[in-house]
Design a protein around this ligand. Structure first.
Ligand SMILES: NC(=O)C1=CN([C@@H]2O[C@H](COP(=O)(O)OP(=O)(O)OC[C@H]3O[C@@H](n4cnc5c(N)ncnc54)[C@H](O)[C@@H]3O)[C@@H](O)[C@H]2O)[C@@H](O)CC1
Ligand SMILES: Nc1ncnc2c1ncn2[C@@H]1O[C@H](COP(=O)(O)OP(=O)(O)OP(=O)(O)O)[C@@H](O)[C@H]1O
Ligand SMILES: [Mg+2]
Length: 347
C-alpha cells in the first residue's frame, strides 16, 4: 500500500529530478556530454580486466620458429633525430629490436646520423631527413617497412616538419601503420587533417602533448577531472584514431572503448621512457595487425598493441628501479626489456 508520506516522497523526488534536469539544461554541460561520460565510464576497463587484455597481447605475439627468415618478425622505421636530440630516436629504434623486430631503421637529419650510428651497430641509420629529396629517400624504403614511429627527437624545424608531412602522406597511401609521438604530435596539432580518420595511426601523447592536441582539435581546454572522457572525445574527433595518454595511469581509446593500464612502474621519471614505449609499440602494432581481430577476441588490434607497449614500458621501469633506484635511466630500462617481456607475456 502506498502511504501518503510515501506518495509525497515520490512527488518530491520527481520534482527534484525535473528541477535538476532543468538546471542541467540551463547551466550544466550538454546532455550528450553527460551521457558520453556515463557511456565512457561504463566502458572503462576495470583492473580485473587488465589480465584479460594481457592475454590478448600474448595471443598476438608471433612464435619464434626456425623456418622464418630475417625480417618476418618486423622491419620498423623510426623517423626522428636532429642536431639536438639523438637519444630519443636511438631509444625508440633499439627498443623495437629488443622487443623482437628483426630490423630497425632510423631516418634522421644528417647531423644526428653519425652519433646514432656510434651508439649502436645494430641500427640502420639513414641521414636523409634534411635533404631536399627527403620524402623520396624515405619513400623508397616504405615497401620494405611494416610500421613507422614518427617523432622521437625530431625537433620542430619547419623544413624537417614539411618533409615529415610528406612521409606521413606517403605512408598513409601505402596503408603502413604509424605510431606518432613527441614532435610528430606537434606536427599533428598544427595539421590534424594529416591523420584524421586514418585507422592505422596510434598517437602517444604525454600530458603536455595531449593538452596541445586536445586544444587544437576540440578547441577548448581538457577537463582534468575526466581523463577517460577526454581521451575518448579526442579519439572520436580525430575519426577514431587510437590515442594513448601517458601518465600515472595510461588511458587508451579508439573512440569506442577505453582501456586503462596501471601496471606497476615506479616514481622515477627520467627522459626517454616515452621513446621506449613508442618504439615497442611500432613492433606490437605490426604483430597485432598481422594476427588480426580473431586473436584479439574482437577488440581493436591497435588498442591491444598499445596496451602491451604501456604494460611493458611500466614493467621495465619497475624492474630497473628495483636495481638502480633513483639513478635509473632509460638505458637501464632497455636492459630490462627481455626479462619484462618474458614476465608479462611468456608466462
Ligand atoms: N635523450 C633524448 O634525446 C630525449 C629527447 N626527447 C625529445 O625532446 C623533444 C621534446 O619532448 P618533450 O617531452 O620535452 O615535449 P614538450 O616540449 O612538449 O614538453 C613536454 C613538457 O611537459 C612536461 N610534462 C610531462 N609530463 C607532465 C605532467 N604529467 N604534468 C605536467 N607537465 C608534464 C615536461 O616536463 C615537459 O616540459 C622531443 O623530440 C622528444 O622526443 C625526449 O624524448 C626525452 C629524451
Ligand atoms: N606519474 C606516473 N607514474 C607512473 N608511470 C608514469 C607516470 N607518468 C608517466 N609514466 C609512464 O612513463 C612512460 C613515459 O611517459 P611520459 O609521460 O614520461 O612520456 P614522455 O614525456 O613522452 O617521455 P620522453 O621523455 O620519452 O619523451 C609511460 O609508460 C607512462 O606510463
Ligand atoms: Mg616523449
Amino acid at each position: 500500500m502506498v502511504t501518503r508520506a510515501g506518495a509525497g516522497a515520490a512527488v518530491a523526488a520527481t520534482a527534484v529530478v525535473a528541477l535538476l534536469s532543468a538546471a542541467l539544461a540551463l547551466y550544466g554541460p550538454p546532455l550528450d556530454s553527460v551521457l558520453e561520460r556515463a557511456f565512457s565510464l561504463r566502458k572503462v576497463h576495470s583492473v580485473k580486466d587488465m589480465e584479460n587484455t594481457l592475454q590478448l597481447v600474448r595471443n598476438i605475439i608471433p612464435p619464434l620458429s626456425s623456418t622464418k627468415h630475417k625480417g618476418q618478425d618486423g622491419r620498423i622505421g623510426v623517423v626522428g633525430g636532429c642536431q639536438e636530440y639523438t637519444g630519443a630516436p636511438y631509444f625508440a629504434a633499439i627498443s623495437a629490436l629488443k622487443v623482437g623486430a628483426d630490423l630497425s631503421h632510423v631516418f634522421c637529419a644528417s647531423a644526428a646520423a653519425p652519433v646514432i650510428k656510434a651508439y649502436s651497430p645494430e641500427l640502420i641509420v639513414h641521414p636523409v631527413l634534411d635533404s631536399p629529396n627527403a620524402v623520396h629517400e624515405v619513400e623508397k624504403w616504405l615497401p620494405r617497412l611494416h610500421a613507422l614511429v614518427v617523432g622521437p627527437g625530431l625537433g620542430r624545424d619547419d623544413a624537417l616538419l614539411r618533409n615529415v608531412q610528406g612521409i606521413l602522406e606517403a605512408s598513409k597511401a601505402r596503408d603502413i601503420p604509424v605510431v606518432i609521438d613527441a614532435d610528430g604530435l606537434w606536427l599533428v596539432a598544427q595539421q590534424p587533417a594529416l591523420i584524421q580518420g586514418y585507422q592505422k595511426a596510434v598517437l602517444t601523447p604525454n600530458h603536455m602533448e595531449f593538452s596541445r592536441l586536445y586544444d587544437a582539435v576540440l578547441r577548448g581546454p581538457v577537463d582534468s577531472d575526466d581523463r577517460h572522457g577526454s581521451v575518448l572525445r579526442l579519439s572520436r574527433a580525430l575519426g577514431n584514431v587510437t590515442v594513448v595518454q601517458k601518465g600515472e595511469r595510461d588511458i587508451l581509446s579508439n573512440g569506442q572503448q577505453v582501456l586503462v593500464c596501471s601496471q606497476e612502474g615506479s616514481s622515477r621519471r627520467c627522459g626517454g621512457q616515452g621513446d621506449l614505449l613508442s618504439g615497442s609499440l611500432g613492433v606490437l602494432v605490426h604483430w597485432a595487425l598481422l594476427a588480426g581481430p580473431e586473436k584479439t577476441n574482437g577488440s581493436s588490434p591497435l588498442l591491444v598493441a598499445a596496451f602491451g607497449a604501456c604494460s611493458l614500458t611500466r614493467q621495465c621501469n619497475h624492474q630497473a628501479f628495483q636495481k638502480h633506484g633513483r639513478s635509473t635511466t632509460t638505458s637501464d630500462m632497455i636492459a630490462e626489456v627481455g626479462a619484462a617481456f618474458s614476465k608479462l607475456f611468456e608466462t
